[in-house]
Design a protein around this ligand. Structure first.
Ligand SMILES: [Zn+2]
Length: 286
């Protein structure tokens, strides 16, 4: 019995020594953005359609790709919007966080070609390709999704001929590390409806997105940036559906203050529209 115990202790000792000697993987250096970087503000970018030609609400695939190249070469590092809630944990030293967001869930953002091949010219295809070429740029972006509108191309990334794509696309986004978020159920103007109707729209959107993506949904973008008079509707419920939109985005506003600084309001996240004049104004990019 004693011998057995001694042998066991010996095995334990050896295995502990081995693990202590094993080369330690260098942990990525993290920084606390509010002190080490002394960062006060960061950009939340806003895209709509990814298609040609370039227009007020359209960014071409080429320009979207060059936006990523520009951000990468200027030491930005992508996050999902919900990462605000954890103060951008994992931000590498020397980098500035950037959140890339997409509104209206058109097929130009996420499209499968015949054979279930990811379209290399849709937003997700471009993000995937960029990550494959630059593995230190993770696939992070937030998609504000519509469920049911009179434009079939905007209902959960379009492609109505393939209804099973809806859940498949949402789960794929999550699997790649991107965020499924709400843009209300039918692109509802929350300023023009009763608090009860607003809760109904938000609850139905939350329930559908949660069911399809199998993920909690905490971020919202207000259609046309129109706010309800009663902002308590952002967390609440409708009948048995309970939801809590902890973050809500405007359509404009410029750079976003970091959490913990004056001007930070989680239900009024500022965004920058990705048009030439805004790139010049906020990034000094020609
Ligand atoms: Zn919209």
């Amino acid at each position: 019995m004693m011998k057995k115990r001694l042998a066991l202790l010996l095995v334990l000792f050896i295995s502990l020594s081995i693990s202590a000697c094993a080369p330690q993987k260098e942990k990525p250096k993290e920084s606390i953005i509010t002190n080490k970087l002394n960062l006060k503000k960061f950009p939340v970018l806003e895209y709509h359609l990814i298609k040609r030609p370039e227009a007020r609400w359209s960014r071409t695939p080429e320009n979207f790709r060059s936006d990523l190249e520009w951000l990468y070469s200027h030491d930005y590092y992508p996050f999902d919007l919900k990462d605000i809630l954890t103060s951008f944990k994992g931000l590498p030293t020397g980098k500035t966080p950037v959140v890339i967001t997409f509104d209206d869930s058109s097929s130009s953002q996420f499209r499968y070609l015949p054979g279930q091949k990811l379209d290399p010219e849709c937003a997700v295809g471009i993000i995937k390709d960029f990550h494959d070429k630059h593995p230190d740029w993770p696939m992070r972006a937030t998609f504000f999704i519509l469920i049911e509108t009179n434009n079939p191309d905007r209902n959960i990334f379009g492609q109505p001929e393939e209804p099973n794509y809806k859940a498949r696309k949402l789960r794929q986004l999550v699997a790649w590390g991107m965020e499924v978020a709400s843009h209300t159920y039918c692109h509802d103007r929350l300023d023009g409806i009763s608090p009860k109707a607003a809760c109904y729209s938000l609850a139905r959107s939350y329930k559908k997105l949660k069911e399809l993506s199998d993920q909690e949904v905490v971020s919202l973008a207000l259609p046309m940036g129109l706010y309800p008079t009663d902002e308590s509707v952002f967390s609440g419920g409708y009948q048995k559906i309970k939801y809590d939109f902890r973050l809500a985005c405007e359509v404009a506003g410029g750079l976003q203050p970091v959490p913990g600084t004056s001007g930070f309001n989680p239900h009024h996240i500022h965004r920058i529209q990705t048009i030439g004049s805004e790139w010049t104004k906020y990034f000094n990019r020609k």
